[in-house]
Structures are given as structure tokens and as C-alpha cells.
Design a protein around this ligand. Structure first.
Ligand code: BEZ
Length: 236
């Protein structure tokens, strides 16, 4: 990749940029190796730093929960492979934090010293740092399409409950053809598609049946937590 080449940042709805990379779990071909699965591709600024350490311990502890929701985790920083290995060994052997200890990071951590991958994904944001990736999170669906992107600055550790909530909300939207309102959690009412004709709008307002309509364009229906998780989660 040429120096100073301007690379567009990938956007929601686009194919995830393709790359091959060396990781702590061997080489990966992205996103092809993950076809049929959701992936959270996330970057962190640097190995052996405190916020990143707290994040990796948290994400590694939750890996199984994401896996049951058909979602694999892939990390990246612009450090080299041996730094990654040394850092992950330190985390496992020495760090006890927030009730977590002996934490093994089993998901792949990409080495990206050349910054090729980080640049492709817009993870280098020079206003924040030109030598470190910001904390980017890309949600990529089973067809390799980017479905959500969240960026955080270097100083802000991510909220992993929110990442899980966002994943389940997108999967629920796909599976049940609904949308999810503000602060939605599984078990809360979901939003049905807005009426697309005057007839449907009238019907919605007059024959509400199992719907709750705040107005013709804003109707919700119940969707139990059990229905959501029975459909989405393997081995509950
Ligand atoms: C951290 O993970 O603690 C960190 C990394 C880079 C800059 C600032 C904080």
C-alpha cells in the first residue's frame, strides 16, 4: 500500500474489505474464513496498555457467550506477533482484574505492523493518533457485509454488554423482520415495519389486535425473550 494513499473508510452495507493476516491463532483469510458467521472485528491501540488489557480480559471472558450467538471475535493492533503473544501470556499468568484471572485469549489477534489492515478499515484516525489504531468495532454479518461500526477514542474502554446487545438486536431484526427501539433488550416490544399504504395505516389504528400503536407509523408488538433466544442462541 502506498504511503499517503487515501483509502475510503468502509461503510455500513458494504462488503467487508478482504485481507490475509498473521494472527496469534495462525493465518486468517478475512472475511472468507468466517462465512456463515457473524464477526466482530475490533482494533485496540497497543499491547501492554491498561485500558486494552481490561478490554481483552472482558472480551475473552465473554467469548463463549458471543460464540453461542454465532459470532466470532477477531482483534487487531499495529503491534507485532511476538508482542501479542507476550502480552496475552502476561494477561493469563499475571493479571487479576475485576474478578477475572487466568484469562486465556483464544480468539485471533492480528499483527498489523504495516498498518495495512488498520488503514483499510479506517482504524487509523490521525487526529487521535497516527501511530495507533483507535478502538474501532466492525460488526460483519454471515454474508460478509458490514452491519454496524462503532468508534471509540484511545481513553475510552468499550462497553461489552452494548456490543452483545447490538449483535442480538441486529440478529433479531433479521430473523423476525422487525426493528428495535431505543435501549431495546430481548423481551422488550419490537417495532413492526411502518405502514406502507393508507389502508394498512387505517387498519393498524382501527384493528390493533396484538399491536400497540402510538400513531399509524409507530406500532410495536410483543416478542418474548424466549422466542428471541430460542431462535438465535445455540446450546442455551
Ligand atoms: C490503554 O489501553 O490504556 C491506552 C492505549 C493507548 C493510549 C491510551 C491508553
Amino acid at each position: 500500500m502506498e504511503e499517503n494513499q487515501i483509502i475510503p473508510i468502509p461503510r455500513i452495507g458494504e462488503k467487508a474489505p478482504v485481507f490475509k493476516a498473521v494472527t496469534t491463532q495462525g493465518e486468517i483469510n478475512f472475511p472468507n474464513d468466517y462465512e456463515g458467521k457473524w464477526v466482530i472485528l475490533f482494533s485496540h491501540p497497543a499491547d501492554f496498555t491498561p485500558v486494552c488489557t481490561s478490554e481483552f480480559m472482558t472480551f475473552a471472558t465473554l467469548e463463549d457467550k458471543f460464540s453461542k450467538a454465532n459470532c466470532k471475535l477477531v482483534g487487531l493492533s499495529v503491534d507485532g506477533l511476538y508482542s501479542h503473544i507476550a502480552w496475552l501470556r502476561t494477561i493469563k499468568d499475571k493479571i487479576e482484574y475485576n474478578g477475572m484471572k487466568d484469562v486465556e485469549v483464544k480468539f485471533p489477534l492480528i499483527e498489523d505492523i504495516t498498518m495495512d489492515v488498520a488503514k483499510k478499515y479506517g482504524m487509523i484516525q490521525p487526529g487521535e493518533s497516527s501511530t495507533k489504531a483507535v478502538r474501532a468495532v466492525f460488526f460483519i454479518d454471515p454474508k460478509g457485509i458490514i452491519r454496524a461500526i462503532i468508534y471509540y477514542p484511545l481513553s475510552l474502554g468499550r462497553n461489552f454488554d452494548e456490543l452483545y446487545r447490538a449483535l442480538i438486536a441486529m440478529q433479531t431484526a433479521d430473523a423476525f423482520e422487525i426493528a428495535t427501539p431505543a435501549d431495546w433488550r430481548p423481551g422488550d416490544p419490537v417495532i413492526i415495519p411502518t405502514a406502507g399504504s393508507c389502508g394498512v395505516a387505517k387498519d393498524r389504528m382501527e384493528n390493533k389486535k396484538d399491536l400497540k400503536c402510538y400513531d399509524w407509523f409507530f406500532c410495536t408488538k410483543e416478542l418474548s425473550e424466549k422466542t428471541v433466544f430460542d431462535k438465535l442462541i445455540k446450546e442455551r
